[in-house]
Ligand binder design. Sequence first.
Ligand code: TEU
Ligand code: CA
Length: 547
Amino acid sequence: MDSTQKLDKTKRGWWKSAVFYQIYPKSFQDGNGDGIGDIPGILQRLDYLHELGIDGIWLSPVFDSPQVDNGYDISNYRDVWPTFGTMEDMKALIREAKRRNISIIMDLVLNHTSDQHPWFLEALKGRDNPYHDYYVWRDGTPDCPPNDMMAGFGGSAWTYIPQLGQYYFHQFTVQQPDLNWNNPAVRQELYDMIRYWVDLGVEGFRLDVIDQIAKEPDQKITNNGPRLHEFLQELSREAFCQEGLVTVGEAWGADVERAKRYSAPDGSELSMVFQFEHINLDQKPGGEKWDMIPLPLPQLKRCMERWQQGLHGQGWNSLFLDNHDLPRIVSRWGDDGKYRVESAKMLATMLYGMEGTPYIYQGEELGMTNIQLPISQYQDVEILNMYHHRMEEGYPEEQVMASIYARGRDNARTPMQWSEEPNAGFTTGTPWLPVNPNYVSINARQALADPNSVFYHYQKLIALRKRLPVFREGTFTLLEPDSTQLFAYTRDTEDAQLLVVCNFTGEPLSYSRPAEFADAELLLSNYPDTTSVLRPYEAQMYYRKKD
Ligand code: TEU
Ligand code: CA
């Protein structure tokens, strides 16, 4: 199978046929033995990514940063963190990736900077400093913050600066002050910076918490602020004007109607957004992400249906189950024990039959799993803040740890498992976060040697999506919506039809496919043959030409 079919990236909307791969640089490949992944390490692995068949890399932030939030706290937008490498390394990465027809998509954090960014250091110098208004300030006294808004990773969203007699606003950690988008100078600085990266050959951007830039803290508005779409349209006009750039905004607050605006086909805002409605379904209503419930399958199906049908012809979906903030999907909605391989393939099949642009998170193509560590070994600021907070509140420690095992972001951030060599071939030094001990049996070297691996299943799905227009154009119809075991749907164009059938459970399921598919071609499945039942986590994809 030709997994390396090239897309013509000069064509508008090329990214509709593309598949992207997210790299979390700290954990991908260490090139110099200091235990931390880096850009030279990524360069070593480009051939692996090319083999998988991806068209672009979403690179989580590599900018200079004190790393309080692993780079989502940027202190210099125009340079890379020295531990990751140099600008020369970055240029080499852009060039070498492009040579393999892989685009580099940078991760832009435009909502906030690091508190070590020169703009913030200037802002602290006085109310009259020209950079003071780059951030969001309110007068106050030490004991009385402007309001009771809370920050994303715990604590107040306001931090007091005594010498100014003012509070600054931060939606995330104290070290991530929010930028003031109402100030046109801030916006122009950011657009300039984006053009700088475009000039270096970057072909797109992932926009961190983009729906939070237009916050209005006096009204307690965080996402979807009143000027959001005005800002996005200006951003698009001024910074994304180069034909062919792909832009994907992270939008936890997006519903279908909002997503239509973000991803409007006229290109006035973004190419697409990451929305999280499906991701939030196994969270207790009214609770936090740490408060879990079992995944309600009928609701998942209805949710995907709503997005598939809602955006068809009117916008564009992103397709993802994993990223650096989420637990590993095979541990979450699959079975990371006995049926790890089958369920990892089933989840991919369920998603890759849909309309949208898929994003693979590093290691997902190997079926990498969650990890359980003692609290002293976790690194993530969100996990550590939550642990201290809930312990103080009197939660039983066992329950707190169970939440971390199930939902903690470090699950996704353990080093990439390349081989059965020490530290999974990730580093010759001491990894910054422990390697999952299961690397001896789950790793890329073994996957490449096994024709039945999860890796090759992804490779086939990617190639199919490029070959058959039905993946890109077909309308979506959900079958058997109420079944608590089966996830099945069809995609239809005028002359072809795709059927995707997934057993979402570890129990066998009797199922006969619609009559018109009796003689259809089996494009792909995760068992060596087919029988009259769907075995645990069995997934099948059928294709037929209409006559
Ligand atoms: O995440 C946005 C965000 O809302 C997170 O708080 C998310 O809800 C949380 O990670 C779920 O556990 C983005 C980045 O993806 C994340 O890595 C950053 O920490 C965050 O923004 C701040 O920049
Ligand atoms: Ca390194």
